[in-house]
Design a binder for this molecule. Structure first.
Ligand code: ZN
Length: 154
């Protein structure tokens, strides 16, 4: 009776001593995996949050905002013409922006490269449409800085 009790008391202590050291590296890997997963998840959440609040799109000409359009109020697609830019060579530039519900694109441009037209529709603030030769940019508001800048412009 007494011997049995003794062996039961000792065994857990021995197991504990054996187990403490080796699983430490395993749990490190687990925490690294967990941390990596959390970072990946937060990046996804940030991208989603970035896309949700943007509804206003701005058209810039030579670095200045010439108009701000709320794309969620657009029911019928229409075009907005930006003209009068002078790109290298002294030729007047022309850009026609097409505005639709929740999306916008450069429909036509007389720039030499035509890159802005090829960019197609954009519906988020991740990548703006840039017409470098005509110095026209179509960019979404980030959703946080709109009030201050609009107040200054208006
Ligand atoms: Zn262009």
């Amino acid at each position: 009776m007494i011997q049995l009790k003794n062996s039961n008391d000792i065994k857990p202590v021995l197991q504990l001593k054996h187990c403490t050291c080796p699983p430490a590296s395993k749990s490190n890997k687990f925490w690294l995996l967990l941390l990596g997963g959390l970072v990946a998840a937060s990046v996804v959440v940030m991208i989603l949050l970035w896309q949700v609040p943007v509804s206003n799109v701005r058209i810039y000409k030579e670095g200045e905002i010439i108009t701000t359009i709320n794309l969620l109020t657009v029911n019928q697609p229409y075009t907005y013409t930006v003209e009068g830019m002078v790109h290298t060579g002294g030729v007047s530039g022309l850009n026609i922006v097409e505005i639709d519900h929740g999306r916008v694109r450069m429909q036509k441009a007389d720039c030499p490269d035509g890159y802005c037209v090829r960019q197609g529709w954009i519906n988020s603030g991740l990548v703006p449409v840039v017409c470098l030769p005509n110095r026209v940019v179509i960019a979404f508001e980030s959703g946080t800085d709109n009030t201050g800048i609009d107040a200054v412009v208006g």
